[in-house]
Design a protein around this ligand. Structure first.
Ligand code: ACM
Length: 524
């Protein structure tokens, strides 16, 4: 390891010497500040030259943290796929003549203020990506990907160069949590469908995917100590389809795939309402006194766990333990919304008890804004969706707030009355409405320091495959990425919509069935 580190140091040092013997390339003028980056970085300084990415470019990384090397390999894989190269990482020998290097460097600079902060220094012969943590390096790698043009320049040398404009980028996120939610309970989505969604989220610097794993219509994650949850409760979905579920191995695979992209999975077991599928599997859980039959409609608010039974809490202890053991992220979401047939005193008792079970298993509880009616711990996060007064109450008690106001941030709301998929009980949300709000001031009573971040939920009553998911999620989820990452002074609809229009090559390469809103002059 040491000798490789010394070698890489030598390579970087000798680069300048090598370069002086080479013929200077006269790069055309470029402007780093006009590249269509989303989310927009904190600060960009253009120096009007370029780095010519080619098939001989060497990618080197800090070797003291293997996660930095992984970020380098991720970059190499994406560049190779896009440009047909065969770049390797940390693979140069001292005999190689190195013209150009991308160096991903662990740095303890005080200017890197958050774990996801990064800096990019782009010069003619080198790109330095500095970050304190591998998560920061990974975010910077996404910026680098977005800086690679679609067309090469074939006239500057004897081989094509993809010109990356030179300059400096200083960047960090506005909020520590930038999430999307996918409801895999109303309709089931396969591991591969979820992975594709994660890939696109990663490109726009999301760092959380909340999976709504259970609801009246289905239970989607294998629980070894209660197998009927999936054997019975996994077999139904909205509209009468066959449903489905993730084995624990499937779920671990998803968690790892997300972690490889520095994205956490936030598992949700929605309760005490939204629990019909669990009670179909184990009828003792049911607390509404009615016979439990499978449900494949789209009504809400009719089911509840029995909050008075100790056996219900013993069951939940097993469920929360098993899922927590599979989920390295810090959060466990307990739902808590729309428990319309749970008595108020039972609801409060239930939330307080379940929140303690979550903490016992080493997680921070998260719940929809209704949970703030109970005495929740200040470590618990309240997710605002429809009741600002409950979010304010939670914030007053010291809790952090996750912003998902249905009128602005629900990905399942239709764009307009002609939208093929989605609902409109909260609002129609065209692409500009989705972008034109300010999370930092959305609820004036909640100070910015208490906002954990934003999350865009995608409920799946009306969608059941990737194409339908993508129609609702994109392009709006790209705008939420910017609301969660970029500084308020850097966000502007007129500027954003030009950058959004230029996402077409990426979205097409990924085969994303985005909604072609007429508000955007999409690149042809
Ligand atoms: C919700 O939309 N019921 C959280």
């Amino acid at each position: 390891m040491l000798s490789r580190a010394v070698l890489i140091f030598a390579v970087v040092i000798s680069l300048a010497a090598c370069q002086s013997k080479k013929k200077e390339i006269n790069f055309p003028k470029t402007d780093l500040s006009t590249v269509a980056l989303i989310p927009k970085p904190v600060k960009t300084v253009a120096t009007n030259s370029a780095f010519g990415l080619d098939s001989n470019t060497v990618i080197l990384t800090t070797l003291t943290d293997s996660e930095f090397e992984k970020a380098g390999r991720f970059l190499a894989e994406k560049v190779n796929a896009k440009l047909g190269f065969d770049l390797k990482v940390n693979n140069a020998s001292d005999k190689d003549e190195i013209d150009r290097v991308i160096y991903i460097n662990q740095s303890d600079s005080v200017d890197l203020k958050t774990p996801e902060s990064y800096q990019l220094y782009i010069k003619k012969d080198s790109i330095y990506l500095n970050a304190k943590t591998a998560a920061g390096a990974f975010r910077g790698v996404q910026t680098l990907r977005q800086l690679i043009p679609e067309q090469s320049n074939d006239t500057l040398t004897d081989h094509p160069l993809w010109l990356i404009p030179s300059g400096k980028i200083y960047d960090e996120p506005l909020f520590e949590y930038r999430g999307a939610m996918l409801d895999v309970a109303r309709h089931f989505f396969t591991v591969d469908e979820v992975k594709k969604f994660i890939d696109i989220l990663a490109y726009y610097k999301y760092n959380a995917l909340h999976l709504h794993l259970t609801d009246d219509q289905g239970w989607r994650l294998e629980i070894k100590s209660w197998p009927k949850l999936t054997e019975v409760g996994g077999k139904t979905e909205v509209g009468g389809g066959e449903g489905g579920f993730y084995t624990q191995e499937d779920y671990k695979d998803l968690v790892q795939y997300a972690a490889d992209r520095h994205i956490i999975i936030v598992p949700e077991v929605d309760m005490p309402g939204h629990t019909n599928a669990a009670s179909v599997s184990y009828p003792f859980l049911n607390g509404n006194g009615k016979k439990v039959a499978p449900y494949t409609g789209t009504q809400v608010g009719f089911s509840t766990f029995d909050a008075q039974k100790d056996t219900v809490y013993a069951f939940l202890d097993d469920v929360i333990r098993e899922i927590s053991e599979l989920s390295p992220g810090p959060y466990f979401h307990i739902g808590g919304d729309e428990s319309h047939v749970t008595k108020k005193k039972d609801y409060l008792y239930f939330v307080e008890k379940v929140e303690k079970i979550v903490r016992k298993h080493g997680k921070r509880a998260m719940g929809w804004n209704e949970i703030a009616q109970a005495k929740i711990d200040s470590s618990t996060v309240a997710q605002l969706w429809n009741e600002p007064h409950n979010a304010i109450k939670a914030a007053e008690g010291g809790s952090k707030i996750l912003l998902s106001p249905a009128k602005k941030a629900y990905l399942d709301m239709q764009y307009d009355s002609l939208s093929k998929y989605g609902l409109h009980w909260a609002a129609y949300i065209p692409v500009d409405t989705a972008y034109n709000w300010s999370p930092e001031t959305y609820v004036p009573e909640i100070p910015k320091e208490q906002i954990l971040g934003i999350e865009a939920p995608l409920w799946s009553e009306t969608i059941s495959n990737s194409a339908e998911l993508e129609y609702l999620a994109f392009p709006r989820a790209i705008g939420y990425a910017e609301l969660g990452w970029s500084q308020p002074e850097n966000r502007n609809w007129e500027d954003y919509k030009l950058r959004l229009a230029q996402q077409v090559p990426y979205l097409n390469t990924m085969n994303v069935n985005f909604y072609p809103s007429k508000l955007i002059d999409w690149e042809k």
